[in-house]
Design a protein around this ligand. Structure first.
Ligand code: NAD
Length: 505
């Protein structure tokens, strides 16, 4: 498909990099008033261009307006509201109680300083939220940013490119369009922070480029997120929520449940509940439902088709239909898939749900732990012991009990992966933190009295100085302190009796 996007030239890329750096150095983006105004402008951009944004997403992904508003616009606006409400508090210096060594005439603070000139590289599946979400963090923190939207969601990238300079200050926030070549050019420059969302293979390229300048990174990646189902769970509710998570944006969601782990006993009940759930969501033929999105492009369509045709095991129990011209793949469930099937190699990132039979919860946990740490882990059960066992014995970026996707919408929870599913996190205050350097700052006076008291630290070193220093600076070990406090009652009683005995004996 020919691109409707104009990629930027190398000269334009360099200009954007230089502008971003110079603007940051000038201190232009630091005042809270400036940050607040830019956040308000970003909110207006979203509010005044809802139709244009929904239209772009429809063209890119055949996304229903409801999905765009619920999955992209509202969450982004909520992030802005949160930042506006808490900016003063987040950006305020944090006072720290000094340790004994610094008690005299010292103030210790964590200064919340913007990291600097930053690069945001976004992915195509939620092109608005994944571009503006990190941008909100950069603005709130007082950074400048160059945003590189994904060229894959080209209509969305085009509308972002047109709108951003109309609302935000172009000296501080710039958009660069392009694919691997243009991103490589951007990455050749020194940034103060790089925020990348996308797949793990490109993440390694980003990390190598960042290593050249020792630039800090946030990597928002993906992985195969499992859903573990207790055979005693309410299958109707569990299936509806898994069906929702698996087909929102046609499964092209980083935290979509990738596969299900279920016992052979529960499998038929779960399959029946999934059939019912999909029918309720998209009718008998999902291709005719305007609520069901499409695969982003031919490359991803063929990737999914290949996985479907190359899988060696399992039985398609729901769906299995596809239509290349329409980039349509139906909601598909494949039961009894082998643990090492092709379907279980890479993140599926589409509406195909393999089911793997497990003997019990221990077997499910062992399988999850034999793989890379996923971005999300879902567990469906009303049994606390079952849930806790899963949570205590596994690792993942985030975890959600008895639902899918919804933890991402909770702005106060950090969102990010662990190991191959990502590094660092964002959302809410975490976005501000991702773009902020906590500068440890100690402010002392030049008072001769405190100077005299601290003179024991200076050479020439003597044993007297060491004794004085130990008396003044060495505190009681915490565990001994606890012992004294714990037994204080008995110590007091012993002392009272001891003194009494001595006096009257
Ligand atoms: P993509 O193809 O849009 O690529 C992401 C970005 O990387 C784009 O801006 C692209 O231009 C750039 N890029 C591509 N090749 C490059 C190269 N060789 N050098 C430098 N830059 C390059 O998106 P994708 O990678 O297909 O996204 C899907 C993946 O992202 C999935 O694994 C998904 O789970 C993950 N994802 C994660 C999150 C999250 O928040 N954790 C969100 C969305 C998607």
């Amino acid at each position: 498909m020919t691109s409707i996007l104009n990629y930027h030239t190398e000269t334009e890329i360099q200009q954007a990099v230089d502008t971003s750096r110079q603007t940051f150095r000038s201190g232009y983006t630091r005042p809270l008033k400036f940050r607040r105004h830019q956040l308000q402008q970003l909110w207006r951009l979203l509010d005044e261009n809802t139709d244009a944004l929904c239209d772009a997403l429809y063209k890119d992904l055949r996304k229903h307006k409801n999905e765009t508003i619920l999955g992209e616009l509202i969450p982004t606006k909520e992030e802005i509201n949160d930042a506006l409400e808490h900016l003063d508090e987040w950006a305020k210096d944090e006072k720290i109680t000094p340790a004994l060594v610094n008690k005299m005439g010292v103030t210790c603070i964590k200064r919340k300083e913007p990291k600097g000139s930053t690069l945001i590289i976004s992915a195509w599946n939620y092109p608005i939220f994944l571009s503006f979400g990190p941008l909100i963090g950069a603005i709130a923190a007082g950074c400048t940013a160059v945003l590189k939207p994904s060229e894959v969601a080209q209509h969305s990238a085009k509308v972002i490119t047109e709108l951003l300079p109309r609302y935000l200050d172009s000296k501080a926030f710039l958009v660069i369009n392009g694919a691997a070549h243009e991103t490589t050019k951007l990455l050749e420059n020194k940034w103060d922070h790089i925020f990348y969302t996308g797949n793990g293979t490109v993440a390694k390229i980003i990390m190598k480029a960042a290593a050249v300048h020792l630039t800090s990174l946030t990597l928002e990646l993906g992985g195969k997120s499992p859903a573990i189902i207790d055979e005693n769970a309410n299958m109707t509710v569990a299936a509806k929520r898994i069906a929702f998570g698996k087909t929102f944006n046609a499964g092209q969601t980083c935290v979509a449940p990738d596969y299900v782990l279920v016992t052979p006993k529960a499998e038929p009940k779960f399959v029946e509940a999934m059939k019912k759930a999909y029918k309720e969501l998209y009718g008998a033929n999902p291709q005719t439902s305007d609520s069901y999105a499409r695969i982003i492009n031919n490359r991803h369509y063929h990737r999914l088709q290949k996985v479907l045709t190359e899988n060696q095991s399992g039985e398609v129990v729901i769906g299995g239909q596809s239509d290349e011209k329409d980039l349509y793949i139906s909601p598909t469930v494949i039961a009894n898939v082998d643990r090492d099937d092709k379907l279980m190699e890479d993140e599926l990132f589409g509406p195909i749900l393999p089911m793997i039979r497990v003997n019990d919860v221990d077997d499910a946990i062992e399988y999850v732990n034999s793989r890379d740490d996923p971005l999300a882990l879902y567990v469906f059960s009303s049994n606390k012991k079952f849930v806790n066992k899963v949570l205590d014995s596994t690792r993942s970026g985030g975890a959600l009990v008895n639902d899918t996707l919804m933890h991402v919408a909770e702005g106060n929870l950090p969102f990010g992966g662990t190991g191959p599913s990502g590094m660092g996190n964002y959302h809410g205050k975490h976005s501000f933190d991702a773009f902020t350097h906590e500068r440890a700052t100690m402010i002392k006076d030049l008072n001769p009295v405190s100077e005299a008291l601290m003179a024991v630290r200076y050479a020439p070193y003597t044993s007297t100085n060491l004794k004085v220093a130990r008396v003044v600076l060495e505190s009681v070990p915490r565990f001994k302190k606890n012992f004294v406090l714990k037994h204080l009652k008995w110590i007091v009683i012993a002392l009272v009796f001891g003194i009494g005995y001595k006096r009257f004996a």
